[in-house]
Design a binder for this molecule. Structure first.
Ligand code: HEC
Length: 144
């Protein structure tokens, strides 16, 4: 094989990598960092604070986190949090759910996409305590 062929392979590999990770791809890791700095004042993953907790927020019905007191407007919402609704909410919560009480907007589409990617990644995890026994193997501790 000649050097030309080898160079061709390199170019192809680089091109494929570009396809896999275009500059606009949502980045869950970056989303986690933005979440920490922008949302952390009011929210946490594990606990209800000023705002509701975010564990499994992706896919859950809006305004449905147990133990959190929502605005009437959000409590009565009947849609689920997915890419589209989250993007609209983060861009302008008041436009999506008039009467809601989150006083924060994330103007950069890229930041919103990264946070949404982070939420999707969270929803794929059962949390550290793994309460649902997903593998089907026994996790009982007593054993007597
Ligand atoms: C100033 C405080 C504050 C900040 C900052 C804030 N939020 Fe909120 N958030 C709230 C409050 C309060 C609510 C509840 C709104 C309601 O009940 O109407 C809420 C609700 C939400 C909900 C709806 C959750 C559900 O259970 O339906 C999502 C999603 C959300 N926030 C995401 C974010 C993200 C992502 C950020 C960071 C970019 C952020 N919030 C920043 C206060 C805040």
């Amino acid at each position: 094989m000649g050097i030309k062929y080898f160079a061709g392979l390199l170019v192809t590999a680089t091109f494929l990598q570009t396809l896999n990770a275009p500059a606009t791809a949502a980045d869950a890791q970056r989303g986690a960092e933005i979440y920490e700095s922008r949302c952390g004042a009011c929210h946490s993953i594990e606990k209800n604070r000023v705002g509701p907790r975010h564990l499994n927020v992706f896919g859950r019905t809006a305004g449905s986190q147990d133990g959190y007191v929502y605005s009437r407007a959000l409590a009565q919402a009947d849609f689920r949090w997915d890419e589209v609704s989250l993007d609209r909410w983060l861009a302008n919560p008041q436009a999506l759910v008039p009467g809601q009480k989150m006083g924060y907007r994330l103007r950069k589409a890229e930041d919103r996409a990264d946070i949404i990617a982070f939420f999707k990644r969270l929803a794929g995890q059962a949390g550290n305590s793994a309460p649902e026994n997903p593998g089907g193997t026994s996790t009982e501790s007593g054993g007597d």
